[in-house]
Design a protein around this ligand. Structure first.
Ligand SMILES: O=C(O)C[C@H]1C=CC(=O)O1
Length: 91
């Protein structure tokens, strides 16, 4: 199952710089493991925003929720999920 996911990151301005750097580093490691596994085939930066557009390829909505809620940045993000179906005009 494919899902279009938009993530907007809102890190607190007063966040400790060491905590911020460590959280972002853990996020990078976690996301790269999911990308290598094939579950996160697209990850794009939205120009001019601390946001991304992603595509996840997972078995279920429960799996997607588990993956997203385990993101180290999850407490600092708003996430919008759009389920994708096959377009009837696709060749
Ligand atoms: O930077 C972001 O868009 C948030 C998040 C998604 C992947 C990653 O490494 O960080």
């Amino acid at each position: 199952m494919l899902f279009h996911v938009r993530m907007d990151v809102h890190l607190p301005h007063d966040m400790d710089p060491d905590v911020r750097a460590e959280t972002v580093a853990r996020e990078k490691d976690y996301s790269q493991r999911l990308q290598r596994s094939g579950k996160w085939p697209h990850l794009w930066r939205i120009v001019g925003e601390y946001s991304n557009i992603s595509v996840f390829d997972v078995e279920s909505t429960d799996e997607l929720h588990e993956l997203l809620s385990s993101l180290p940045l999850f407490p600092y993000m708003t996430i919008k999920v759009t389920p994708l179906a096959t377009h009837p005009s696709k060749v």
